[in-house]
Design a protein around this ligand. Structure first.
Ligand SMILES: Nc1nc2c(c(=O)[nH]1)N[C@H]1C(S)=C(S)[C@@H](COP(=O)(O)O)O[C@H]1N2
Ligand SMILES: [Mo]
Length: 317
């Protein structure tokens, strides 16, 4: 993964400038511009969701235009602005999500099921990318455990494996290995069954009150707030319960840099950079350089530390 110190891409800056130029009729009065929403440049197919809102907590939400404009979704290119641009026409309805493997009751959900089969609730979570930046996102979704229980895991189910859609015609990064960051697609992620059953593990179908934009992983993606962002796999088509551990995408690409667990841990650095602190996206004004200390398990230690009590987190990174 690339580590970028720039929150705003030249293309985004260009769009912001273009807007103000249109507004004020001069290119010279704003040589450099602060963060201004450009999200309304995008055709927007998102619809409003009905959900139980979360009680206000002390976290400051990342502005919506950052959440939908600064993305990692390598199927649509490796630059932070690429997913919003290249996923614009990504077809997410109809959709088919299959739950299979070590389950008593395999099941298939269609697009409508994703939004109606489970009561939707809001979860305001910290989100920490392994590249050392962070956001706070008001997700909407339901607990992964609810879906897994519906499928009735067998006693042999030890892992839960997730797979993103494979469709090179729609995903330019799958068609062209240079555009897609050299990843062997489809994108695969996994959790232990204990992790998957933890109440914090969320299947998200929306954020900021609306269905997901394609660049955020529409129509359904995983959110595991105590782990690095790459575990939170997008646009899921298949969930397989297995006895054996999966070989996940980033592990396969660079095993000494990205492990299976990928728990947020300020004490275990990435081989190429420190994980002790993080850049807060959307904060810090003009140059967006606000940093804050990274928290153990991204601030969710109380809820998840017991899952790893017997593990050496330096070895099991
Ligand atoms: N299929 C797929 N899922 C993915 C990725 C990806 O490239 N492909 N990137 C991951 C990474 S590295 C991060 S940080 C998050 C970003 O989620 P966001 O763009 O919604 O903030 O998605 C994760 N899920
Ligand atoms: Mo990430």
């Amino acid at each position: 993964m690339k580590l970028s110190e720039n929150d705003i891409t030249p293309e985004q800056l260009f769009k912001q400038r273009r807007k103000l130029i249109a507004l004020f009729g001069s290119a010279t009065i704003f040589p450099f511009l602060p963060n201004i929403s450009y999200a309304d440049d995008l055709p927007d197919k998102r619809t409003t969701l009905t959900f139980t809102p979360q009680q206000q907590n002390s976290l400051t939400l990342t502005p919506e235009d950052k959440v939908i404009g600064y993305n990692n979704f390598y199927e649509f290119g490796v630059e932070k602005g690429s997913p919003a641009q290249y996923a614009k026409n990504f077809k997410t309805d109809p959709w088919r999500l299959e739950v299979t493997g070590e389950v008593e009751k395999p099941l298939v959900l269609d697009h409508n099921d994703l939004l109606t089969k489970f009561a939707l609730e809001e979860r305001i979570y910290r989100f920490r990318c392994v590249e050392a930046w962070s956001m706070v996102i008001p997700w909407i979704g339901f607990e992964l455990a609810s879906l897994l229980k519906m499928a009735a895991p067998t006693s042999r189910a030890k892992y839960v494996v997730f797979e993103t859609l494979y469709d090179p015609e729609q995903m330019p990064g799958q068609k062209n290995p240079f555009f897609g960051g050299g990843i062997d697609y489809p994108y695969i992620e996994g959790l232990t069954i204990e992790e998957a059953m933890n109440p914090l593990a969320l299947l998200s179908v929306g954020l900021y009150g609306k269905t997901l934009a394609p660049q955020n992983g529409a129509p359904i993606r995983l959110v595991v707030p105590w782990k690095y962002g790459f575990k939170s796999i997008k646009s899921i088509v298949k969930i397989t319960l297995t006895e054996q551990p999966p070989i996940t995408t980033w592990m396969k690409l660079a095993p000494h840099e990205y492990g299976f667990y990928a728990n947020v841990n300020p004490q275990v650095d990435h081989p190429r950079w420190s994980q002790a602190s993080e850049r807060v996206i959307g904060a810090g004004g003009l140059f967006n350089i606000t940093r804050q200390p990274t928290l153990m398990f991204n601030g969710y230690e109380e809820q998840v530390a017991h899952l790893y009590a017997h593990l050496d987190l330096r070895k099991n990174y």
